[in-house]
Design a protein around this ligand. Structure first.
Ligand SMILES: Nc1nc2c(ncn2[C@@H]2O[C@H](COP(=O)(O)OP(=O)(O)OP(=O)(O)O)[C@@H](O)[C@H]2O)c(=O)[nH]1
Ligand SMILES: [Mg+2]
Length: 341
C-alpha cells in the first residue's frame, strides 16, 4: 500500500513520515500532495499569531481541548502546526511547546507537528501550506497554525488560514504598537491573553482606539467575559458598513477563562464565512495566488535552464556598468534564452 493510501486510512505513522517528506520538499512529498489535493479543502484553518511569549501555544492547547470536549458537541479531529520562522533548528521554543501541549498528547484525535525554518521564509510558507494540506486530506477537521514573530510570516500564514487570531498580551510596551498597524489588517479576531495580568484595560483601550482609527464609523465590539452571542451582531454591523471589524476578546489561557467565548467566536466566524460566500472567495484567492506563484517559479527555472551562465553574467556586468537599464537587461535576457530555443 502506498504512503498516501495509509495516510488517507488514518495511519499516523505514515502521516508523520509523509510530513517529513513534504517539509524537505522531496519529490515523494510533492507527488503525494498531488494525490492528496482532491481530498483536502474540508478543514477549518485557524491561524494563531502574535508577538513572542503572548501565550499562543497555551491558547492553542486550550482551543484544541475545547474542540475535543464532548460536552460542547461531537469532538473534532484537531491538527496543530507550530511554525517558528526565527529558529533554524527544532530548538527550545518547540521543546517548550511540546511541554505545554503535553496534556493533549495521547489523545488520538489530536496531531501536533512543529516546524522550524529551513532557509527562506518563502520555503517555510510553502512547506507549511503542504503540511496543512496533508493534515486536511488526512481528515483533520480543524487545523490550528501557530506562528511566532511579527511581519511577513504572519501575513503569509494569514493567507493560508480561514480565520486569523491575533494574540496580544498586556504590558508588552510600545514596540507592540508598531506591530499592530499591520497586524490589525490580517486579524479576524483580536485576543488579549493574560487577562489576569495588570494592564489589560490599558491594552484593550489602546487596541480599541486603533480599531476605531482604522474604522471610524464602525461600532467596535468586545467581550469582557460577558454574554456570548453578539459576535454575529457585530458581523452584521460590519457587513452593513461594508467593513469587517475584528472583535476583541479577553482570555486567560492558563486557567481557561474566556476560552468558551473564544471558541464560539471562532465558530461564528466560520459560519459567517460560509453564509456570506467569503469562504469560497478566500479559497479561490488562495488557490489563484498559489497557482500564480508556481507558474512564476516554473517559468523562471525553465528560462534559467536554457540560458548559459556566461550570458547571464554578461548582462549583469553591463547592467552594473550602467551600459543598459534593468528593463533592457531583462528584455535582452529573455530574448537570448528564446533565440537558441
Ligand atoms: N499569567 C498568564 N500567563 C500565561 C497566560 N497564557 C500563557 N501564559 C504563560 O506565558 C508563557 C508563554 O506562553 P506560551 O504559550 O509559550 O507563549 P507563546 O506565545 O506560544 O510563546 P512563543 O511560541 O515562544 O512565541 C508561559 O509561561 C505560559 O504559562 C495567561 O493567560 N496568563
Ligand atoms: Mg509558542
Amino acid at each position: 500500500m502506498s504512503l498516501v493510501e495509509d495516510v488517507l486510512l488514518g495511519n499516523r505513522l505514515a502521516l508523520a513520515r509523509l510530513l517529513t517528506q513534504i517539509e524537505n520538499g522531496s519529490e515523494t512529498g510533492r507527488k503525494a500532495l498531488d494525490e492528496l489535493f482532491a481530498h483536502a479543502g474540508k478543514a477549518h484553518l485557524i491561524g494563531v499569531t502574535g508577538a513572542p511569549g503572548t501565550g499562543k501555544s497555551t491558547l492553542v492547547n486550550q482551543i484544541a481541548r475545547a474542540y475535543r470536549n464532548p460536552a460542547a458537541g461531537p469532538p473534532r479531529q484537531v491538527g496543530i502546526v507550530a511554525v517558528d520562522p526565527t529558529s533554524p533548528f527544532s530548538g527550545g521554543a518547540i521543546l517548550g511547546d511540546r511541554v505545554r501541549m503535553r496534556d493533549l498528547s495521547g489523545d488520538p484525535g489530536v496531531f501536533i507537528r512543529s516546524m522550524a525554518s529551513r532557509g527562506s521564509l518563502g520555503g517555510l510558507a510553502a512547506a507549511t501550506s503542504g503540511v496543512v494540506q496533508a493534515l486536511d486530506a488526512a481528515g483533520f477537521e480543524v487545523i490550528l497554525i501557530e506562528t511566532v514573530g511579527a511581519g511577513q510570516a504572519e501575513v503569509e500564514i494569514a493567507r493560508l488560514a480561514h480565520t486569523t487570531l491575533v494574540i496580544e498580551a498586556p504590558g508588552l510596551g510600545d514596540d507592540i504598537q508598531a506591530i499592530k498597524a499591520g497586524i490589525l489588517e490580517i486579524a479576524d479576531l483580536l485576543v488579549i491573553n493574560k487577562a489576569d495580568r495588570p494592564g489589560v484595560e490599558a491594552s484593550e483601550r489602546a487596541l480599541l482606539s486603533m480599531l476605531q482609527l482604522a474604522h471610524p464609523k464602525a461600532h467596535v465590539f468586545r467581550n469582557n467575559f460577558s454574554k456570548p452571542g453578539h459576535f454575529s451582531e457585530t458581523v452584521e454591523t460590519a457587513q452593513a458598513e461594508d467593513q469587517c471589524i475584528p472583535p476583541v476578546l479577553r482570555t486567560t489561557a492558563t486557567d481557561g477563562s474566556g476560552i468558551l467565548e473564544l471558541s464560539e467566536a471562532i465558530e461564528q466566524h466560520r459560519q459567517y464565512l460560509e453564509r456570506s460566500g467569503e469562504l469560497a472567495h478566500r479559497e479561490r484567492e488562495r488557490l489563484v495566488a498559489e497557482l500564480n506563484l508556481l507558474v512564476r517559479e516554473l517559468l523562471v527555472s525553465r528560462w534559467r535552464e536554457r540560458l548559459p551562465d556566461a550570458q547571464y553574467h554578461g548582462f549583469v556586468a553591463r547592467l552594473v556598468q550602467r551600459e543598459i537599464s534593468p528593463w533592457q537587461a531583462a528584455q535582452g535576457l529573455l530574448e537570448a534564452s528564446t533565440a537558441g530555443a
